[in-house]
Ligand binder design. Structure first.
Ligand code: GLA
Length: 750
């Protein structure tokens, strides 16, 4: 039993392998949050909550005229409502029929159910076998206001993960407007904290930034219609002394792909509150009497083993409980994408040429990127016209698919389903399907507009169009792109008073299309993309087991992007390709084996024209594919450790260790060269202390004609004890050339 309710004390305790999450209903029905952290063995953790009159912190009426020590403004609350005595950041805001907004929820009961709850029309984590997940539904009511709130908790004891979601119901007589419905509201009564968020821009996503929480509210979010390149809907809260391997940390990730707001508030007495939910700026949801609104889900995990502990717990959870379906546990095909090879300029024959050389190199799938439909030869037009351009291809899509099949190659196709070009047949036929405010010229971005995915007829159109193309080409993969942010929000499908529902309904519409396609084509692999990693979140990962991590394919830049992404997301979700050198985004020239080593710690694929490569480069591709195929299970299924920070030592080092501790792969990439550099040492993780391990440099990384003594030492096949590898560490051989990389395989001696 991972959830225990003691009605006499009003105590609800959620227990996972290493953590306790607890709440307690007090004498006036306030649901106090008593603790989320390590299991201390204490039954009732509310003992630490103090009450004190602090002045200007009001007191609830039922406490009478004289008790001034009880205040919503300073008690740790399980969920925080607006306007009734708590002046801190609210998680729930409702406008009642009379225009007032005060809301006070009192505990009215709870239910414990076996298994994990699901959420209507929304992605939500799924129980895996042996998870023994349980659900808690806490009911809270505001009888005066006519609002019922149900707090959903999913408890995954073995994975140390707790999920939360929220359902609000209008139990009153008139219309209510939900202005904010954040599933996460988490109070800490003590402690100084740092907050780590993952920020960036196009071509430089998810760069971790750490800052100390100060008094007041610190926030980040997105009002772009998608989770965005700019701020990822995830964070880590940690004690100031926390490092990669040590210290108390709380990991948070939103299972949602739309607009979000993360707020961290430190109050007047040093208490901290975290709130995460749909961004309220463009959100206002109308509830008629009896109607409900369900929020997306948020994932929580706690570890006292630093950021690395959080990452490993999230990686295991995302791999098994967020990613689902046919591809969850299957090796994903090694693909070649023609985007950087040809951009818009290709024919069917050109693609076949790429595919047949690729096949010979060991690649398993060709992905036809943008430019195959309508009269799309640039990024100015034709989005929405999802009809193959047979004239340009020089063949039907069916023929192209069949020829690829004959070659033994799978076929993947690029779409940007949620968009529409003004210069398209679709726009000419349905101008009202584009998102724009009537009478106002909409903002263009990459010369395109968004389709109004909040409309059912638009969703159905996209489902039919995409299905027809997938069927005709017998495609087994779709790259689902999304190349702009949303603005000029308006839908013809809703009246003026309900336009605040549009941005969230857009996301629900996208989810519905994704779900329908997966129902029709259960073996379809969808790779998410949004100008690279502009929508990299657990909401998308529920439908798309992998997401193109960034449009930036420079391996040196990718070190930082994949490093930042790895704090929350596992390696097998990160779309990563070997591209041509010099790199198209930065002009940097890098060795092929370094490009392979970096892309290998991702889904692994190619994005170049293999017919333009030298024999030597082709041989290197074959070698890279052999190495990856041999180590795929270790890389994609193992525990991931960041051993250095990019740019810190000039050498980025990371490790993937097998769950049974028998094997590990260490990858090291020098991101710049200096004469006579300081040596780089790293301590490994995840091995068995008492076992001996053999270290082997994976061949292919030494420059011909250069002698590297360390390389010789590795090749001699010396064995080292696990405890030494983890405590004393190993030396990373020096570089023999610019952007040198090394891959070191560490295997237990029989
Ligand atoms: C986006 C994607 C790229 C490519 C182009 C095509 O930028 O991130 O990988 O598909 O669109 O237009």
């Amino acid at each position: 039993m991972s959830i225990i309710y003691s009605p006499e004390e009003g105590l609800i305790t959620l227990r996972t392998k290493n953590t306790v999450y607890q709440m307690k209903a007090d004498e006036i029905g306030t649901l106090l949050h008593t603790w989320y952290g390590e299991d201390t063995g204490e039954e009732d953790l509310s003992y630490a909550i103090h009450r004190m009159n602090r002045g200007f912190s009001g007191n609830p009426h039922e406490k009478g005229m004289t008790d001034r020590s009880y205040s919503f403004d300073q008690l740790p609350l399980e969920t925080a409502t607006f306007g009734a005595g708590d002046y801190r950041t609210a998680a729930i805001m409702v406008r009642h029929e009379d225009g007032s907004r005060a809301l006070r929820l009192r505990f009215s009961g709870c239910r414990i159910c076996p298994g994990k709850y699901t959420l209507p029309d929304l992605p939500a984590s799924v129980e895996d076998k042996d998870d023994k997940a349980e659900t808690l539904i806490v009911t809270m009511e505001d009888p005066e206001g006519g609002v019922k709130a149900e707090l959903f908790y999913g408890v995954f004891p073995e994975k140390d993960v707790i999920t939360r979601a929220l359902r609000l119901t209008n139990t009153g007589r008139g219309e209510k407007r939900i202005l904010k419905a954040a599933p996460l509201s988490l109070d800490f009564i003590t402690g100084e904290y740092d907050l780590i968020s993952f920020n960036g821009k196009w071509a430089k996503e998810r760069v971790p930034e750490r800052q100390a929480l100060r008094c007041g509210v610190q926030s980040f979010g997105s009002v772009r219609g998608a989770s965005s390149h700019h701020h990822n809907p995830s964070a880590i809260l940690c004690e100031p002394s926390a490092t990669e391997d040590k210290g108390k940390c709380w990991g948070i990730s939103f299972v949602y792909s739309g607009e979000f707001l993360f707020e961290a508030e430190r109050d007047m007495i040093g208490q901290t509150r975290l709130v995460l939910g749909i961004h309220p700026d463009d959100f206002e949801w109308v509830l008629q009497p009896g109607e409900s609104f369900t929020s997306p889900e948020v994932l929580l995990t706690y570890s006292s083993e630093g950021f690395s502990g959080i990452s490993r717990q999230f990686h295991d959870f995302i791999r098994k409980n967020i990613v689902r379906g046919y591809w969850r546990d299957r090796p994903r095909p090694i693909l070649i994408n023609n985007w950087e090879a040809t951009y818009f300029y290709f024919t069917g024959e050109k693609l076949i040429e790429i595919a047949s050389t690729a096949k010979d190199l060991g690649i398993e799938m060709l992905v036809m990127d943008d430019g195959w439909f309508g009269d799309r030869n640039s990024d100015y037009n034709a989005l929405g016209d999802w009809e193959p351009n047979e004239e340009k291809l020089g063949m039907t899509l069916h023929e192209l698919g069949a020829r690829l099949e004959d070659l033994g190659m799978r076929f993947g196709i690029w779409f940007e389903p949620e968009t529409i070009s003004e210069d398209s047949d679709l726009f000419r036929a349905h101008p009202d399907w584009a998102i724009a405010v009537p009478g106002r010229a909409p903002d263009l971005s990459r010369s395109e507009l968004l389709l109004d995915m909040s409309r059912r007829d638009v969703q159905d159109y996209i489902i039919e169009k995409m299905s027809a193309v997938i069927e005709e080409g017998r495609a087994s993969y779709v790259k689902w792109d999304f190349n702009r942010s949303m603005c000029d929000k308006f839908t013809h499908a809703l009246p003026a008073g309900r336009q605040g529902e549009m941005a969230h309904r857009f996301v629900l519409g996208t989810y519905r299309v994704l779900e329908s396609l997966l129902t029709r084509f259960p073996e379809l692999l969808i790779e998410g993309c949004s100008g690279g990693g502009g929508r990299f979140d657990c909401g998308m990962l529920y439908y798309t087991p992998q997401i193109w991590c960034s449009d930036n394919t420079d391996p040196v830049e990718r070190l930082t992007i994949q490093y930042g992404t790895s704090f929350i997301y596992p390696v097998n979700t990160m779309g990563a390709h070997v591209s041509a050198s010099p790199n198209h985004q930065t002009g940097r020239t890098t060795p092929m084996e370094t490009r392979s080593a970096v892309a290998m710690s991702g889904t692994f694929g190619y994005e170049l024209d293999p017919n333009r490569l030298s024999e030597e480069e082709k041989e290197e591709i074959r070698r890279g594919i052999r190495v990856f195929s041999e180590l795929r299970e270790l890389i994609h299924g193992g525990d991931y450790y960041r051993l250095t920070r990019p740019d810190d030592t000039g050498c980025t080092v990371f490790e993937e260790a097998a769950k049974d501790g028998k094997k590990a792969l260490v990858t090291a990439v020098y991101d710049h060269v200096r004469a006579n550099p300081a040596p780089v040492y790293v301590c490994l993780h995840g091995l068995k202390e008492e076992k001996n391990y053999r270290l082997r440099l994976i061949p292919g990384h030494v420059q011909k004609g250069r002698n590297n003594p360390a390389d010789e030492a590795y090749r001699e096949g010396q064995t080292i004890r696990g405890s030494s590898l983890m405590k004393r560490g190993i030396y990373i051989p020096q570089y023999t050339k610019e952007y040198q990389s090394w891959q070191i395989l560490i295997e237990e001696e029989e």
